[in-house]
Design a protein around this ligand. Structure first.
Ligand SMILES: Cc1cc2nc3c(=O)[nH]c(=O)nc-3n(C[C@H](O)[C@H](O)[C@H](O)COP(=O)(O)O)c2cc1C
Length: 302
């Protein structure tokens, strides 16, 4: 059912520029940047966006900072290492979030809003969840006790054509995604959602499909039940919440961040298409999870 638009902005929040569907199609990970600081105008616009982009839909508050080189201070990013995975980044967005039940999902949601704002400003971006020096960035944003820094985003002007030469894109098959039949289900698990059945939500689901995710694992699954869209996390091998990687190296539970990114693409596209809805946390009416899929959130009628 199509409902009237109700794009709810929290106080001070700036909308993602339109058309968001176009920004989602244009975004891809950039790992080689021109060695030129981002323009003063772009820096100010991104900073203004970040300062207002603080309240996640599931109750967490994130404090973002833009760590950027300027013409006067080109070496101000010293200490912010990316282990050679990203070359020439001229800025990073880093955020701090306190511990809360849906902290990582909110972090993913808000950071991806910033990624889409940066895309609109003509900037390239790359999420970094594993390949960044945690201690350097923690110092950079003055991480406090009780705060976490799950991931950062590199920002800058892309070296033209760099994505075609990026070996990591090939390694992670970043230019492709799983087919919708493996991601979106109708009423219960195992019944793929058809285009007819998805109707106006077809484009919303396509926006989820093209979301970035750690190692392009695409762990999001959605089960539609009437007017409700239930989001689940199907964990990939090596990305368990208590995996050895998570415990030993202190890498965050990145697939929960991926869920927040998918929520951002879903909600902002649904808003743009004027399909009413809001996020809520109850999985009532969903058939029990398939296998080990974990319930995350529901988008449903307002
Ligand atoms: C939460 C998260 C963490 C990521 N961490 C890294 C990383 O540490 N290093 C890296 O090079 N890319 C990283 N990526 C980028 C993904 O590999 C990329 O999004 C995926 O392969 C899809 O490609 P695309 O962004 O070009 O669409 C990360 C992405 C996400 C969403």
């Amino acid at each position: 059912m199509v409902r009237a638009a109700r794009v709810v902005l929290r106080s001070g929040e700036q909308p993602i520029p339109k058309p968001v569907t176009d920004l989602i199609r244009r975004r891809h990970s950039t790992r080689a940047y021109v060695r030129e600081p981002i323009s003063e105008d772009a820096r100010r616009a991104l900073l203004a966006f970040l300062l207002a982009n603080t309240d996640g839909p599931l109750g967490s508050r994130v404090r973002f900072e833009l760590l950027a080189a300027t013409a006067e201070s080109r070496d101000s990013l010293r200490g912010l290492g990316t282990y050679g995975f990203v070359r020439g980044a001229q800025a990073f967005i880093a955020g701090a979030v306190g511990e809360a039940p849906k902290d990582l999902e909110d972090y993913g949601y808000l950071m991806e809003r910033a990624v889409l704002r940066a895309t609109d400003l003509g900037l390239g971006t790359c999420w970094l969840g594993g390949t960044f020096s945690k201690s350097g960035f923690a110092r950079g944003i003055g991480l406090g006790a009780g705060e976490q820094l799950p991931a950062v985003v590199a920002v800058g002007y892309p070296v033209p054509g760099c994505e075609t030469k990026d070996p990591l894109r090939r390694f992670a098959s970043s230019a492709s995604r799983l087919p919708g039949e493996e991601l979106f289900f109708d009423g219960r698990w195992g019944i793929p959602l058809t285009a007819e059945s998805a109707a106006a939500y077809g484009e919303v689901l396509e926006a989820v499909r093209w979301a970035p995710s750690a190692s392009n694992k695409q762990p999001w699954r959605i089960v539609r039940s009437g007017d409700d869209w239930h989001f689940f996390l199907r964990r990939s091998r090596g990305y368990r919440s208590k995996s050895r990687l998570v415990c030993l190296v202190g890498i965050a539970d990145l697939q929960r961040v991926d869920m927040g990114i998918a929520m951002c693409h879903f909600g902002s596209t649904a808003d743009e298409l004027r399909l009413g809805g809001r996020w809520r946390l109850d999985g009532r009416g969903v058939a029990a999870s398939e296998g080990e899929a974990e319930y995350t959130v529901t988008w449903g009628a307002t």
